[in-house]
Design a protein around this ligand. Sequence first.
Ligand code: SF4
Ligand code: SF4
Ligand code: FES
Length: 502
Amino acid sequence: MSNGKITIDGQVLDIVPGKTVIQIANDAGIGVQHYCYHPGLSIAGNCRICQVEVEGWDRPQISCKLQPSDGMVVHTQSEFAKDAREGTMEMLLVNHPLDCPICDQAGECHLQDYSYEVGQGAASSPTAKTNLPKNVPFGSKIVYDAERCIKCTLCVRFCEEVTETNELAMAGRSDHEIVIMTSQGEFETPYSMNIIDLCPVGALTSRDFRFKSRLWFMDFAESVCTGCARGCNVMTGGRDGSFLRMEPRENQAVNKWWMCDAGRLGYKAANVASRLEAPLVRNADGALVQVNWERAISAAGAALKGAPGDVLIDGGATLEEMALANDLAAAMGGKAKYAAATGEGDDFLVVAEKGANAAGAELLGLPRAKKASAASVVIVERGQHITASMRDKSGAVVVFAMDGEHVPDSAQVVFPLPSSAERNGLLVNCDGIVQAISSNTAIGPNNLADPIELIEDILGELDDGYDWRGRDGVLASIRALPAFAKVDFPAGYEAAGVGAGS
Ligand code: SF4
Ligand code: SF4
Ligand code: FES
């Protein structure tokens, strides 16, 4: 049964029960400016920037709260609607410091964006701006600037409705209204940093990221957090080889709009001083020395011919890497096994399984290594999965590692492993959803070889008849496995070139 029709900017659209005008417009690709509206939170309707014209109504209406009715005709771009929004912008800018040149939000500030859009770059009020608290710590990770705050209450509603921890509240009145912490000290929720993403202006900034880089000097890539098996969807941000930040990317089936603070800050492992940047081979004096890739591959083949055995792989490695680890173990007459840590989980996003691809390893039929045992090859990304004891007791002669601290003394050949933000591949999350990590070329040392290519090259050293398949060929063999018959792979993964083995 039809619920009636609404016309927005000339488009005749179905009325969907429970959806307000801004939601129907957004679903149809009609963008309506908003500050205090967020699809994951209750509707406050306090900023008034979403005003639209409704035919037959004398006053502009806030579209985030406006219930549609059959036959309603809405204009978002009429002079009447634009005038209303410009008036709102002028009010918002009366007390805003307009310190964009030194504000960390510049480049991703909705107030700045809309100022440019409506041509309202300054407030015309002759009165002095209100002075309010600046540089206020909200726990150890967030800094609040009350002068930039537009009182949208998104941050307060997040703590009330999503985490239900109520750390924030509005206090004061009129132009002296500010956000306050309801208790001293730390945020209790491990999800506190989501309020930084929610804040439409530069009132909440990350102590970790602030002043590190202007946005327009950075490169971003869509990827997945590998901090636990939830696999929250993220954007990675990097510049000049450094991994500078990670922020959540919407995926309603996995993490909605959010991620945990520990996962967000987990990017730092890619920036440690002990990152490996070139292949190493142990010389006659027992020292690991830098060599070129060809020499390291041939040394790895020789070392494994002399000491064949199992392969121990990180529970955060990709499906493609795990499948090839299996082939490498088989070529040596051994077995591949994976290791993954378990820890605390909660009832929101964080799960106890920390191996980001533990489910993928199980689908591939790899057994889980629970204690130290011998292995000829160790592929370690996160030290907590393949622990120091496992690494040391493995006696591995060939090691793939991101961090020099994770290389056991037994290693004869060491290959530098790109971080999860520098590799392409697939992970299966705790709910069986297959997702892609993708490389951000602004992150990590230059010219690190793809582990897929390296493992295939080592297989070529072990078997003269080895037939190189490339990433797409490896993926095709994974798809052909009975365990993956009913598994959905990300649409367009290969077509998009991510699986091109580059
Ligand atoms: S700090 Fe940001 S999110 Fe919170 S009320 Fe102010 S503007 Fe809104
Ligand atoms: S819940 Fe897990 S996957 Fe999500 S951000 Fe946290 S550590 Fe990363
Ligand atoms: S977005 Fe509608 S009133 Fe703020």
